[in-house]
Design a protein around this ligand. Structure first.
Ligand code: NAP
Length: 327
């Protein structure tokens, strides 16, 4: 906390790779970092079975990586508060500035920020880093919510084991879909990959790997239009985008891997969002509001990777520390 009061030096919203990296840099800069986390530390990467593209670490699991980050940050003195943040607002200080004799007789009101949580608590911070990441995109089909956990899943690593020797489908054409299909093909009877185009966003290496599996079938230029089943998923209806024909594929599991969307609706009043809903900021991680910074997948950027999240964490932390020194 600041020497002045109980005000947090740098509040970090989200304790994923970007948030925890920021916490490490804030602590090492001699300030105090408090991360607010709604669920579990580590963010989305915690469910990744294997990380093999983080420089300096040949191979690790998402869980191991997340725990390492958490331990590194907390051993340096960072705190994690398990509260969902529902809003950040400027504190109206209303302090009088006696050093000026013109009409501008109040100090800037953005000196501190209120951090409001779902449980109704309010914390104060000198600077804020938004590192809330992204959440899984939904198809938006009728019954999608009802059948989630009853055949519909957004995490093959978490739920795949329930579908041993069963027929399943993966929807999507990115690396997540390809890696999910590869993972599921190890123990499911049959894995369909349903993708709306015939070209994949995922890496060619991953595509070759799924194509080499005998129990994987590609259903291309097709979209899922209906989820069928009584108490749990029994089939998906897919529509061929070229011919318009629809057919049912009998599956007990559907893994939806159609990308993510940013987790930042609570902050739309205090920062600018780009056309896709990400928080507008360039590589400096500085938002339109002085004292509010953004790091990781929730920021406008072209490459959303573990390395870029960690890199944003460092940049945002140093900028936030510099801001607290100036204010
Ligand atoms: P992604 O790369 O954005 O791919 C999403 C896929 O879903 C695309 O094929 C897209 O189709 C499709 N899609 C989007 N909206 C859809 C809708 N409404 N209906 C049907 N299909 C839809 O997402 P991701 O695979 O989750 O990957 C996210 C990022 O993480 C990427 O940068 C990826 O490379 C990275 N990642 C890396 C690793 C790794 O390095 N090991 C593993 C997983 C993910 P279109 O192609 O037609 O747009």
């Amino acid at each position: 906390m600041s020497e002045l009061s109980n005000i947090i030096d740098v509040a970090i919203i989200g304790a994923g790779p970007a948030g925890l990296s920021a916490a490490i840099y804030v602590q090492r800069a001699g300030k105090h970092a408090v991360c607010f986390e709604a669920l579990t530390v580590g963010g989305q990467i915690v469910n990744t079975p294997e990380i093999a593209n983080y420089p300096g670490i040949k191979k690790t699991s998402g869980f191991e990586f997340s725990m390492g980050l958490y331990e590194q940050a907390t051993e340096l003195g960072a705190e994690v508060i398990y509260e969902k943040v529902t809003g950040v607002s400027k504190v109206e200080s209303g302090l009088e500035d006696t050093s000026k004799d013109d009409s501008e007789d109040t100090l800037p009101d953005e000196k501190y920020f209120n951090i409001i949580t779902e449980s109704g608590k309010t914390f104060q911070a000198q600077a804020v880093i938004l590192a809330t990441g992204a959440k899984n995109r939904h198809l938006g089909l009728p019954r999608e919510e009802e059948l989630t956990g009853r055949g519909v899943s957004y995490c093959a690593t978490c739920d795949g084991a329930f579908f041993r020797k069963k027929d399943v489908a993966v929807n999507g054409g990115g690396n997540t879909a390809l890696e999910d299909a590869l993972f599921l093909s190890n123990y499911c009877n049959k894995v369909y990959i349903i993708h709306r185009r015939d070209e994949f966003r995922g890496e060619p290496k991953n595509l070759e790997a799924v194509k080499s599996r005998e129990n994987v079938e590609l259903v291309l230029k097709s979209t899922v239009t209906e989820l069928k089943g009584d108490k749990s998923l029994e089939a998906v209806t897919v529509k061929d985008k070229i011919t318009g024909e629809e057919k049912d594929i009998a599956v007990q599991g559907l893994f939806i891997a159609i990308g993510q969307e940013p987790n930042n609706q609570s902050f739309r009043d205090i920062v600018d969002l780009d056309g896709a809903g990400y928080i507008s900021a360039d590589e400096s991680c500085i938002t339109k509001t002085s004292g509010i910074f953004v790091a990781g997948d929730t920021r406008t950027k072209t490459v959303r990777q573990l390395t870029t999240a960690a890199s944003d964490g460092a940049v945002a932390a140093l900028a936030a520390c510099e801001f607290t020194d100036r204010n």
